[in-house]
Design a binder for this molecule. Sequence first.
Ligand code: KIV
Ligand code: ZN
Length: 522
Amino acid sequence: MTNVTDQDHVLIFDTTLRDGEQSPGATMTHDEKLEIAELLDDMGVDIIEAGFPIASEGDFKAVSEISERSKNSRICGLARANFSDIERCWDAVKHAEKNRIHTFIGTSPLHRSIPNLTQDEMAQKIHDTVSHARNLCENVQWSPMDATRTEWDYLCRVIEIAIKAGATTINIPDTVGYTAPLESTDLIKRLIETVPGADEVVFATHCHNDLGMATANSLAAVAGGARQIECTINGLGERAGNTALEEVVMALRTRNDIMPWNTGIDTTKIMHISRRVATVSGFNVQFNKAIVGKNAFAHESGIHQDGMLKNRENFEIMRPEDIGLSGTSLPLGKHSGRAALRDKLNTLGFELGDNQLKDVFVRFKDLADRKKEVFDDDLIALMTLDEADDYLQLVSMKVTCGTGGQAESTVEMEVVGKDVIATEHGDGPVDASFKAIRAIYPNQAHLQLYQVHAVTEGTDAQATVSVRLEEDGMIATGQSADTDTVVASAKAYIHALNRLIMRREKSGPGIDAREISYKDLT
Ligand code: KIV
Ligand code: ZN
């Protein structure tokens, strides 16, 4: 069993910004990546996989800047098994006080057939690339991708080569979410017992959730001797996602009697980062998701409520406060002052300077005028869905709809400083409004997702709307909240368009999106 880390401690390796962000549609802006990295660092994540530096200029810049700003966490970048990937990765992570190069290659028969390498050729490549990474960086992680479907003998052979070449962490990915808990324990245990040098390195587990077993498989791997869990906030990730950080951390904490391993995570920061990741990725958390779902701590049924009132431990194995949910939530109203607002926002995890508070207070008053009671979730929506729309802005809109007829929407927008109005008809108010926006700002973006959620209860509840657009392979998500669902929808659509324009501007050499959008209109 590994002797290089405290046996009671499990390292938390967060890959929200790499494996999570890789999920189609979950792309984040540069500033959002920096913000999430800061929250991860602050909550005690041991290693942050900040991106895949060779993948794009944007990824390189994000990993470099996260490295420069990191305070406590080790910053890691991903690299394929070639020298240019590894060098690019090092160039990005070298700015961090603590850094790591993570290099990988697919070792299963299926994955070996893609570069068409024999077992010997691949073994040589692993030796060369891990040695190269280790010459650049003293902390190197190596992953045999699709390890759980790699032949046992070959897996042992390549892990031994990677350790001899200088890898300090060996990660065992269950790339397609294929393994099961008993197998996961057994695999790690046998690898540690069998591979020469295994006790000199940390074994890590990296699970995907295709069969809904990622959390169980990760914990089972720890029981087998792994001392690093790779995970993402909200389980964000391709297909069914990755192991959810909040699940493994809270499971280890709540059932420490049978899983006696600790993490360094400040669990009270979980809820805030969960909401931020949901907002910036555009992937809402399902209501019944373990730990961070809206209903995870709600006890609706009569029997449960009665039991809860007698003794909360009847139905609660964790306290809401443990993950940063405030216990009681008395709503604010239009008579609430600035101090009460600041106080409430602090308990929700938002710390504001005086100027920021001034600005938020104006928007809070506006909301309180439209809504009698402003609940915690309303404030979170207000704080997190504040669109900074640079290019296109909604000025006003008027919608008429009725039974049996088509809806009509008149939208007024500011497009790069110019006021434009359009009226369109459609199959319902949202359809008519989106058509009017398209008439004002013609675009080919394909609407991939349109989702509405009520933030709180009641007919005056705010609606949060998510819109995902795709244009030439580029994806952008927009979100907004308003007490009027149609207004929230229009704002979310405009938000997504603004992000598409921003992306186009960043990816096109020398192209000024403001120019394009303006010309499109004239
Ligand atoms: O799932 C996987 O195999 C990965 C590797 C790059 C570690 O994400
Ligand atoms: Zn993965």
